[in-house]
Design a protein around this ligand. Sequence first.
Ligand code: HEM
Length: 459
Amino acid sequence: MSAIDTSGIPTLAAPRRPPGRLTFRQFLRVVRENTLATYRPEDAGEDFIARRLLWRRTFIVNEPGAIRHILLDNADNYTKSEITRRILEPGLGRGLLTSEGETWRRHRRIMAPAFDPRTVAGYAPIMTGIAENLLAKWDALPEQSAVDVAAAMMHTTLHIISRAMFSSDSDEIVDVVERDVGEYQTNVRPSLFDLLHAPQWLSRLFSTRHAAGILDEFGSSVDALLTARGHEPDAEPKDLLARLIAARDSETGGGMTAQEVRNQVVTIFMAGHETTAQALTWTWYLLSQHPAAEAKLHAELTNVLAGRTPRHDDLADLDYTRMAIEESMRLYPPAHTLAREPIGADEVLGHRIPPGATVLIVPWLLHRKPSLWERPDRFEPERFSRERAAARPRFAYIPFGAGPRICIGAAFAMEEAMLILATIAQRYRLRLNPGHPVEPQGLITLRPRYGLQMILQRR
Ligand code: HEM
């Protein structure tokens, strides 16, 4: 719950956790319920934390130089962790997010052009068009209506990725995914067996809830759309699906098989909407708690846009809009934890990391580290001015990850988040519904545990 302390500075929503070090039983409960609550607030100040769960060892690395070593300089020695695969693959299949080695390299090369900033700029009209659909819906509600902004942002970004991927033939898929994704995140949580890397059959034997099946309807809808596209291959040459089907490897000239395209489509759908929705949701929350920052945003929108719909070319002038989103992803990074496993032993900050250990890089902690950020618990978008950002170590701020496995959708996400924020903030001010509890909950992504009930105020 948010509150104002005696200095007038709002206290930001934080995870609730039992004080001090967690017992084994508490840890097992908390890791499933809210990963963020396994970290103590003072962990943000550490460079390196060693944890042990029975015989499994986990190392949290929280220092920019060491993070650079793992994600970039020595990236070939690391794979995505077993636990990441166990949680994501039942739903996503083997797409870019979880594949490794030569397969990953080839797919990344083939897909990169579909996500470059020039291609992404072409999706701007879809993004603002769908944000305006939301405004039309809100305009039809009585003044001061309460809405769940988390759900509204999810619906909006899902609609956008669906249109960008399939053009207009896909709107029913939005309902299917909306139902399935929430269920997937709440059902698919790591068990003790997963955390210990016990064989998956053992883990399944003792798990009462299964991932398999939750996303079947979504998979079938994607298959139906792909089959339809197979019959008229040139119908919509500009959408993301058409680009993936037509894409060729710059080194070998080869493309992707139908099954590979299907897996990538499912992965991009899932990776490509929820994270951006969370980034926007937390931005609305933070703006509602900081009227002075909100006023600066409004002033910039009036100056640059004067009421009209934003375009891609406006983004370069919407500096404060960008800074507000970047600061929001510092405090509430949608991808709150990245996990890796070393193939061979490594040495990090003087500590030996054995092969197969779990290495966690936790933007949630790194982005609050007092030696990197002045007043880390305050929302201050100005720290993302170009000069101040350039003066910080590159690996101090990693909402999109870093190194070769950096988010392929980063340009898409920033384009989308800025255009949606600019479109909506010109027309509405959102205020937290008094009494609505706000607690960040780390499941696969960082979401507000109880949604985000806000009051709509027309500007
Ligand atoms: C604010 C929004 C987003 C955030 C915070 C975010 C964050 C991330 C992060 C941290 C990673 C790297 C994970 C790791 O290293 O373990 C990643 C990878 C990925 N993201 Fe995003 N993402 C966002 C939006 C998107 C969008 C819009 C798309 C697609 C349209 C997308 C598709 C992907 C894919 C396919 C990967 C895997 C890349 C690879 O391994 O080569 N993401 N994302």
